[in-house]
Design a binder for this molecule. Structure first.
Ligand SMILES: *[C@@H]1O[C@H](CO)[C@@H](O)[C@H](O)[C@H]1NC(C)=O
Ligand SMILES: *[C@@H]1O[C@H](CO)[C@@H](O)[C@H](O)[C@H]1NC(C)=O
Length: 161
């Protein structure tokens, strides 16, 4: 499990999401081109934007996550994504009261971009990796301050570059 999580984290940090089908033209700008040959992951070292020297794991609570987000910027997180709910998600703040918060159920690596409040509901703004056509330009609002719902703060990390 731990290995799988590390792998997911690494993929998010590389901006690959769930697919490794692309060629970076520039690490900074994330220009990825799709290739017909899906089995090959091509990487051109002359376009390296930053070298990852390690990573920091954020303490498992939403307050620490908020501070890290404010201080560092976007944070790599892993969440419990009930795929059916996510597929049907059409906007607003996703609230799944019985969504677990333990590593056991964590299934999806995403990027935490921001936080806010909408219609009295606190939310985390999360960038998914399913393209811009998904939901609100590729983003989902997940519940915030609801006992770490869907494990939003359970496996949060950021790279040291
Ligand atoms: C790698 O990128 C550099 C700079 O953009 C380019 O000149 C070079 O041809 C690329 N190499 C490969 C193998 O694509
Ligand atoms: C996980 O959820 C449970 C039940 O809602 C809650 O008591 C607990 O504090 C949560 N754990 C974390 C790390 O937030």
């Amino acid at each position: 499990m731990f290995f799988r999580l590390k792998f997911l984290v690494a993929l998010t940090l590389l901006g690959l999401g769930s697919q490794c089908l692309a060629k970076p033209t520039n690490d900074h700008e994330h220009h990825w081109e799709r290739f017909k040959d899906l089995k090959k992951c091509r990487y051109n070292t002359s376009n390296i934007g930053a070298i990852c020297k390690g990573y920091i794991r954020i303490h498992r609570d939403e307050e620490s996550l908020k501070h890290a987000l404010a201080a560092v910027g976007p944070i790599s997180i892993c969440v419990v994504a009930y795929i059916e709910d996510w597929k049907e998600y059409k906007g607003g703040v996703l609230n799944i009261p019985d969504c677990p918060n333990t590593t056991k159920y964590i299934s999806h690596a995403v990027l935490l971009a921001d936080y806010g409040q909408e219609n009295g509901m606190d939310y985390w703004l999360v960038k998914n990796s399913w393209g811009e056509s998904w939901c609100e330009k590729g983003y989902i609002k997940m519940s915030r301050n609801k006992n770490n719902q869907c494990g939003i703060a359970t496996y949060a990390t950021y790279p040291i570059v």
